[in-house]
Design a protein around this ligand. Sequence first.
Ligand SMILES: [Zn+2]
Length: 358
Amino acid sequence: MPIIPLYGHEALRARLASAHARGALPPSLLLHGPRGVGKQRLALWIGQMLLCDSDGDRPCGACRHCRYVLDLAHPDLRWFFPRPRLPNPDPRTQDVLDDFVDAIGERRKSNGLYSAPGGSEALYVATVRAILQLASLTPAMGRRKIFVIGDAERMVSQEGSDQPANAFLKMLEEPQADTQIILTSSEPGSLLPTIRSRAIAVRVPPLVEPASRSFLGDPVVNAALDRLDLPASLEQRIELMEGAPGMLLESADRAQAIAAAREFLDAVSQGRAEWSRAVAKMSAARARGFFADVLDAMTVQLHARLRGAAGRSDASRVTAIAHSIEHIEDAKVRVDGNVNPQLLGASIAREVATWSLS
Ligand SMILES: [Zn+2]
């Protein structure tokens, strides 16, 4: 199934299409604007426009280039975004590319609907190296190659490896004639100034209300949102979205993390069998970012219990809960490394059980 269409941004699309028709589209673009407004989706649309066979001012949606792009399968449109650090501290380019095959596969499976990356996900040096390597190849299918680099402010520099960073800057400054680079960022102020100064900035505004309505009226979007814990009414969803489709998904993710944290803490107080099930459920088939969100929600809930115990002047309980909170804070740091969420969850369960088992 292809990714969902790009909704809205009509005026901006017309401007970009006209620049492209005049051969005046800057080769390094920075799309910036509020989180979740669809900057990466717009970047994919620009890529589609550049690859499309038709002469119209819009990608036709029907030629093989368009179809490949919409299936996230075009070999000349490469999409990169923050990812968890790979287990190997110095991964090979092939490992990075394999990881992106999985990541793109996930985004394809969700029809291009996804929420923001977790706090520890980044564009690590190995990813920049992979981009540079792909940039040195000739296009496989089309006339040019396009690199979409989402959340570009998450590009981390690493001591002792200036070389990829410098090569990337050079690529931004003087891209080859067959190369288009599109960076996106909702925090352009956090971008390395050397990157910011080398790309032409284009602001992507929130969706206007008719576009928000069309987005929410898309049957694929509807089916995806109905699986989430969201208000059912269209008006409420429009309000929650604030012109940024991604925010809806994120609010649902937060609600799910809060529910998972509550379920976990309840399970622990019911004994080992229950908590094993809860740990397995929490860590199975979910992104590492979700696990970190659950830990955040868990500390918030434990702080509430701590206040309750303090209110009852239950000093030993206060000490015990504070100890558990510390334990979880420590776990949060380890989530960023490559600790197995299942083991981490079990260790938290044992810790919390010392005081919460009834
Ligand atoms: Zn086309």
